[in-house]
Design a protein around this ligand. Structure first.
Ligand code: FAD
Length: 503
């Protein structure tokens, strides 16, 4: 029988995507004769942003045998319980999208229906009072979640803010220790087989050729292999996501400033500003629409609101929202920015790298590259990215700001049908459409609908089985329970100090 197994994988690019892919593949193929080579150019460098994550990152590195403490120490990380949205719904509005969960379901009916009924009766207790994750974040507190939560009320999850360059280095150390070969060189050209266009090799600046069976394109926005060499079309999503550039700048922490356990995202006149607290510095930036704001205007909005004092010159990063029509073509799979990009509002790019790598491991091909395998990979990747796209568009669509044409246009745009269906079901019946390959669960959608003040007219009639007095008592008990848990949790800064002491 002929052996069709893949023997050599060549990863092009050594940013977060390249080194995460290398680390995961080295571990997956340990003790097998599959060679992993990564080519990166230290002259070109990596994009160097990408510092806010979602909890799946912790599952990713746990699979490599890395602990939270080790990764946090290696990457100057802080803990993240969610995202705080300031001025989004309207100037002055403020809410947290936590990693977690609201209240307790009762007799199979979702908690939010009970809350909606009480709200309609005039109770204006914010939804966040029923979420341990949101309440901890608002109070600047942090402790690890209980391993076996006694009730739904104790459930929350957490992620990291980390230094992107240190995280890539950490992944690199793991990959190289596991046998990945690193080549520091610029790729000059891509060599394709004349008969079928498959990639045979890449040629480096010094003339060397690096051959491979499978190529993973982690070359960033340029999409050197999938986009440039194989000509896979870019699907532009700019009609729904008008921001097309960012300025990024690092800042120095001020003495005594306690890092918040959340990412801060503040709406500005034609975009939004991020603030990501790290141990040794902070990451800041403003994502904007270049059709609405000049660079000078952006800097005037960004610089007065940094988390601390400026440490670097602001760097302009242009981008196009969208994705390659296929993430996998012939013998080339794109992972990371080379496959597509959605603005970092919900910190999803690194998570999409994780799922891309997981999918590649699960559908790992042989040298026959069966179309069924490639089609499945492409279908899953497309659906997943469209779901994330819709979730991000939701933040723009629901805004009620009246201060600029940008926000008015966003509110009035026609959104994709897949999203409109979700908004319609929520407003009609307070329920959630659940497609396959969703990265964000109903609690996240609830957080955003509520944060933007969009509520259904009605609630699930099953809730009426509970008397108003029981409903009021039940909700008060949940709130009290959460308030007690928050009161007994240390500050985030104390948690980090204990981590430093190795406790
Ligand atoms: P890059 O970092 O650009 O790496 C590309 C690699 O390819 C480099 O090593 C480069 O040297 C190499 N390369 C390119 N051309 C050649 C060549 N010819 N020869 C040899 N090597 C070559 N994601 C999040 O999850 N959370 C966030 O908070 C977040 N914030 C972001 C903010 C902004 C403004 C932007 C633009 C992105 C953000 N992202 C975020 C996305 C995140 O930065 C990326 O997903 C992540 O860094 C992965 O990038 P990459 O590895 O695909 O590309």
């Amino acid at each position: 029988m002929q052996d069709h197994r893949i023997r050599s994988v060549v990863i092009v690019g050594g940013g977060t995507a390249g080194w995460m892919t290398a680390a995961a593949l080295v571990q997956h193929f340990r003790s097998t004769p599959v060679s992993i080579t990564l080519i990166e150019s230290s002259e070109i460098g990596a994009v160097g942003v990408g510092e806010a994550t979602i909890p799946t990152i912790r599952r990713f590195y746990a699979q490599l045998g890395m602990t939270d403490d080790a990764v946090m120490r290696a990457t100057q990380a802080t803990c993240k319980l969610g995202i705080r949205f300031l001025d989004w719904s309207a100037p002055g509005s403020d809410f947290i999208h936590p990693f977690g969960h609201y209240g307790q379901d009762v007799r199979g009916t979702g908690f939010h229906h009970y809350w909606l009924k009480q709200r309609q009766a005039g109770d204006d207790t914010p939804l966040a009072a029923y979420s341990l994750g949101a309440a901890l974040a608002a109070a600047g507190k942090f402790a690890l979640p209980a391993p076996n939560p006694p009730t739904q009320l104790s459930v929350f999850d957490w992620a990291l803010h980390f230094d992107a360059a240190l995280f890539a280095q950490h992944m690199r150390a793991y990959a190289e220790a596991g046998g990945c070969t690193r080549i520091d060189a610029r790729i000059r050209s891509v060599e394709q087989r004349p008969e079928d266009g498959f990639i045979r090799a890449v040629t480096l600046d010094d003339g060397r050729e690096v051959e491979g069976d499978l190529f993973v394109d982690c070359s960033g926005f340029r999409s050197l292999l999938l986009g440039e060499a194989l000509g896979v079309r870019f699907e532009d999503w700019g009609r729904w996501l008008p921001c097309d550039a960012a300025f990024a700048v690092q800042s120095r922490n001020r003495p005594g400033d306690a890092p918040a356990p959340f990412t801060r995202v503040t709406a500005r006149s034609a975009g939004w500003q991020w603030g990501i607290p790290l141990r040794h510095r902070a990451g800041n930036g403003l994502v904007f629409s270049s059709a609405h704001l000049s660079d000078d205007q952006v800097l005037a909005e960004l610089m007065p609101h940094l988390l601390g004092d400026p440490l670097t010159e602001p760097r302009r990063i242009p981008f196009r929202p969208g994705r390659r029509a296929q993430a996998w073509s012939r013998n080339c799979v794109a992972i990371g920015l080379s496959a597509g990009f959605l603005e970092p509002l919900e910190s999803t790019s690194i998570a999409l790298i994780e799922t891309g790598v997981a999918r590649l491991k699960q559908l790992f091909p042989d040298r026959r590259f069966a179309p069924a395998v490639i089609d499945e990979y492409n279908d899953q990747s497309a659906r997943e990215m469209e779901r994330v796209r819709d979730f991000i568009i939701l933040h723009y669509k629901l805004n009620r700001r009246t201060d600029s044409a940008f926000w008015r246009d966003c509110r009035e745009m026609t959104v994709p049908d897949t999203l409109q269906r979700k908004i319609d079901l929520w407003t009609a019946r307070g329920e959630f459409v659940r497609y396959r390959w969703e990265m964000f669960h109903p609690a996240s959608w609830l957080a955003i609908y509520d944060g933007f003040g969009v509520h259904p007219d009605d609630y699930d009639p099953a809730v009426d089985a509970m008397t108003p007095a029981d409903l009021e008592r039940g909700l008060r008990d949940m709130r009290d329970n959460i308030a007690r848990l928050v009161a007994s949790t240390p500050d985030h800064a104390q948690y980090l100090a204990a981590l430093d002491r190795g406790q």
